[in-house]
Ligand binder design. Structure first.
Ligand code: GUN
Ligand code: ZN
Length: 426
């Protein structure tokens, strides 16, 4: 049975950073046709109604129909410690993150948080995430199982750390390789799931561990590799002490085979000229985590990088202070303003959908509303609260109508979510 979803349909014919705003396509009375798990047509409502006379109609009036949000960098195990007060990166990790991640030695706790986390993000219109698990293999099983049950496309990997982490949260170079490989063999490519090789960051991995994971990546070149890069200045100074041989932070990864297309670096705020040039040359991806970068006090990402690199958008739960990609777009807007860069709503929305899909190399499957892609959709109420509604009354186009929802919207704006062609109950 064809499902026909009617509303204002937003899709992209290109990258609005490179191609300008004409890359965004708005059908004011549009429709998306879904057959099974995929999008089979996108067009004018009248045309698609005529083409699919038997279709089941879901008429959303003036609501916005968009691809589901893609959160390109999260730590699902930090769900319960989101919005913990105070401290900068390294003591935040030691005070809140590591004690919480320790609890994931209990598979039942891992399963509870994995399910809780996915329900929280789906309610906010996020249909795909790329998540770090903990060092415990069962924490990877927990999140993949929870995603599989919900039919979600999801990226995840076992976080590897063999130094500068407490007893109980350390593996070794050997066990990180063996456990990652076993999990990869078990999950990668199963249903909509992808395994991601995941060294946490250079301070918590010995060069031997990074090298072992570089070797694993060479064995499975179609996997992604995710880690952190140049988030805080103290962290960068620490990396310099730990890796005296390295030219810079990025070099600690490059030296071990962890820099190429398919590498996904979170934060990447304080980059040297050499690092920027190397990232561009190699075609690596960056992920902007604006609520985290303000919350932990890390710094202001340079959005001009989106002109020459794959850049995605992310909450960085729980260093980020909010599960919502709407809130994250608002923070990205504000951070850009502080750098004298004004992001258009079409660019913000693109970052949260196709931009993140490109950063995760899955833009041929998700992140846009075009024929042939998987049917992960979100329906957005553009007047979800009285405060937002009154701010939209004089809007002259979709962007003016949408911007108050970007700046002030939350889960109340999410009217409906579709995952793999199925509407979530709700
Ligand atoms: N760097 C290494 N680990 C983490 C983490 O869990 N959160 C953030 N924000 N930065 C990190
Ligand atoms: Zn992170």
């Amino acid at each position: 049975m064809t499902e026909l979803i009617l509303g204002q349909v937003l899709s992209y014919a290109g990258d609005p950073f490179a191609a300008g705003l004409s890359a965004a396509r708005v059908l004011t009375q549009g429709a998306v046709a879904i057959d099974g798990s995929h999008i089979t047509a996108v067009g004018e409502a009248g045309d698609l109604r005529a083409r699919y006379p038997q279709a089941r109609i879901h008429d959303h009036g003036a609501k916005l129909i968009s691809a589901g949000f893609i959160d390109a960098h999260v730590h699902y195990p930090q769900t319960a410690i989101i919005a913990s007060w105070g401290k900068r990166l390294i003591d935040w990790l030691n005070s809140y993150t590591f004690p919480e991640e320790m609890r994931f030695s209990d598979p039942a706790y891992a399963a509870e948080i994995a399910n809780r986390y996915l329900d929280l993000v789906l309610a906010r219109g996020t249909t795909t995430v790329s998540t770090y698990a903990t060092i415990h293999p069962a924490s990877v099983d927990a999140i993949f199982t929870a995603a599989q049950t919900r039919g979600m496309r999801l990226f995840a990997g076992k976080t590897c750390m063999d130094r500068n982490a407490p007893e109980g949260l350390r593996d070794t170079a050997r066990s990180a390789y063996d456990d990652s490989k076993a999990l990869l063999e078990k999950w990668h490519g199963r249903d909509r799931l992808s395994y991601v090789i995941t060294p946490r960051f250079s301070p918590t991995s010995t060069p031997e561990q990074l090298q072992a994971l570089g070797a694993l990546w060479r064995e499975y070149p179609d996997c992604l590799m995710q880690t952190h890069l140049s988030e805080q200045t103290d962290e960068i100074a620490w990396v310099k002490d730990l890796f005296p041989q390295s030219r810079d932070y990025l070099d600690t990864y490059e030296a071990q085979g962890l820099l190429r297309e398919g590498a996904v670096y979170g934060h990447a705020i304080h980059l040297t000229d050499r690092e920027r040039a190397r990232l561009i040359e190699t075609g690596a991806s960056l992920v902007h985590c604006p609520t985290s970068n303000t919350f932990i006090g890390s710094g202001l990402f340079d959005m001009t990088l989106a002109n020459s690199l794959r850049v995605g958008l992310a909450t960085d739960t729980g260093g980020g202070s909010n599960f919502s990609m709407l809130h994250t777009m608002a923070a990205a807007y504000e951070v850009a303003q502080l750098r004298g860069q004004s992001l258009h709503p079409a660019q913000l929305w693109w970052l949260a959908t196709q931009g993140s899909a490109r950063a995760l190399h899955c833009e041929d499957r998700i992140g846009n509303l075009v024929t042939g892609l998987e049917a992960d959709l979100v329906v957005i109420d553009l007047a979800s609260t009285p405060a937002i509604e009154q701010a939209t009354r004089r809007a002259e186009d979709l962007w003016q109508e949408l911007f108050p929802t970007i700046m002030m919207g939350d889960d109340r704006a999410v009217a409906e979510v579709w995952v793999g062609g199925k509407r979530l109950p709700g």
